[in-house]
Ligand binder design. Structure first.
Ligand SMILES: [Zn+2]
Length: 454
């Protein structure tokens, strides 16, 4: 038919006009902020029991960063990330209190999350049996910890002030430097990688969340990766590869705040390691994975957020007797002796040792599209792999809200070793976790996810 063509063209023109005239899809409000949290004096560094002196300088600044979200219904939520090795329960509660006093929000709508950089300061009582601090150093740790809420509020205030219409999208990239450190000897890793013979479970996904304004300009990026931030062990403050990855993204997009969260990487290391150029190249690799997600079409996330937070009593195995602890006080291993001393003090104040630990789990459902589960502690990779298999597409953040210990799976607990057993010493916990740990955590996580997906 001869007039078919013009009509079709007209229809296309209308469609084009329609899309041009349509309001920009910015159903969310979002704002980000950041603040430097690098200690201003030589403090003891966290993460390694082998350190012999305080920090001697700054290789790269440490940050606390905040992303505030507001749904179409006007409900707010907040993610705060830190370039720190860990925060203990008391510090976490102080931070939450300070935030909620100024920015009232239900507890379940706030996530605190650390990158686990091993070139950050000792904070509160995190890894409390690992350090032997003199009075000056102990005071510096207390001062730093006490000052953290005021500092962090600066980033949160900025985020609140910057709240503006936004669209949020999600996507997934890939980076391969995380290596299972239990199943491969560090020295053999380069040759094994070359031969494609690396062993053990890994999770190489790079979940990415983008925040863009009405013009489509990037405002903030949130991304995760499941690996220890242990490339570096020198005496300089540094965010290690997560710090370099965030800096790389921020310098490629001036004005953007990039927030990193650590996944279930408790049994994963960046290997090879121990040089700054390696830390930088892992950071670059991760930043490139994020950039390739940002360049491709991403999945829009509708402007609703449902949240749940719960602390489940996570049981320990059989507790030591007082006699056993008294004996351990004289143990030639100084960390075992240090833990025994702390536990006997705790026994004295509380009248007993707790048989379980209040373990934090949290679930966020953003739109219908995105489920984020947060877990406390240093969680091994088996958990995120199991959730992907049993729950489907879900992001699992570890090192969130409280870093009280390693969280082994049933398999890793049974195998023992550092992540399954001996790491409990440095965290000042009296014994290993109960063999029921994995089932208890998985059941509670599935329940929370079920509730936010309803
Ligand atoms: Zn660790």
């Amino acid at each position: 038919m001869e007039h078919a063509m013009p009509i079709r063209l007209l229809a296309i023109a209308f469609l084009l006009l329609g899309s041009l005239a349509a309001p920009a899809q910015t159903p969310w409000k979002a704002g980000a902020g950041k603040v430097v949290i690098t200690p201003d004096r030589p403090m003891w560094m966290s993460g390694y029991g082998s350190r012999t002196k305080p920090a001697e300088g700054t290789a790269s600044e440490l940050y606390a960063k905040a992303l505030m979200l507001e749904t179409a219904a006007g409900e707010r939520a907040l993610l705060v990330t830190f370039d720190l090795v860990g925060i203990d329960r008391d510090t976490s509660q102080a931070l939450i209190q300070a935030i909620r006093d100024k920015h009232p929000m239900p507890r379940e709508r706030i996530i605190l999350s650390v990158s686990h950089t091993h070139c950050g300061p000792v904070v509160g009582r995190n890894l409390r049996a690992m350090y032997f601090l003199d009075a000056t150093q102990a005071k510096r740790v207390d001062d730093y910890t006490d000052g953290l809420p005021t500092l962090v509020l600066k980033a949160v205030d900025q985020a609140a002030k910057n709240l503006a219409p936004a669209r949020i999208e999600s996507g997934k990239g890939y980076a391969t430097f995380a290596t299972n450190r239990r199943n491969n000897k560090e020295k053999e890793v380069p040759a094994l990688r070359e031969a494609g013979k690396l062993l053990g479970p890994v999770d190489h996904d790079v979940p990415v969340l983008s925040v863009r304004d009405a013009e489509g300009k990037l405002q903030a990026v949130v991304f995760g990766y499941a690996c220890h931030a242990t490339t570096l062990d020198f005496y300089q403050w540094s965010g290690d590869w997560p710090g370099y990855a965030q800096a790389e993204i921020e310098s490629a997009h001036p004005g953007v705040v990039a927030l990193f969260w650590a996944g279930c990487g408790a049994d994963q290391n960046p290997i090879p390691r121990r040089t700054q150029s390696l830390a930088q190249s892992y950071g670059k690799e991760l930043a490139q994975a994020v950039e390739s997600v940002l360049r491709a079409p991403m999945k829009p996330v509708a402007a609703s957020l449902k949240a749940r937070y719960e602390e489940i009593p996570l049981p320990l195995s059989e507790l030591p007797t007082r006699e056993k602890l008294a004996e351990e006080m004289r143990d030639p291993n100084k960390f075992i002796a240090s833990r025994a001393k702390l536990l006997l003090e705790e026994w004295k104040t509380k009248g007993e040792l707790p048989q379980s630990y209040p373990y934090p789990l949290q679930a966020w459902q953003l739109g219908d599209e995105l489920t984020l589960l947060t877990m406390g502690g240093e969680v091994v990779v088996d958990y995120s792999l199991r959730f992907k298999k049993e729950i489907g597409d879900i992001w699992t953040m570890a090192y969130a809200n409280d870093v009280m210990a390693y969280i082994p799976s049933a398999r890793v607990l049974k195998e023992g070793g550092y992540e399954g057993a001996t790491s409990m010493i440095y965290y000042g916990l009296p014994t290993t976790w109960s063999p029921r740990i994995e089932d208890l955590i998985v059941d509670a996580s599935k329940r929370l996810v079920g509730e936010v997906r309803k």
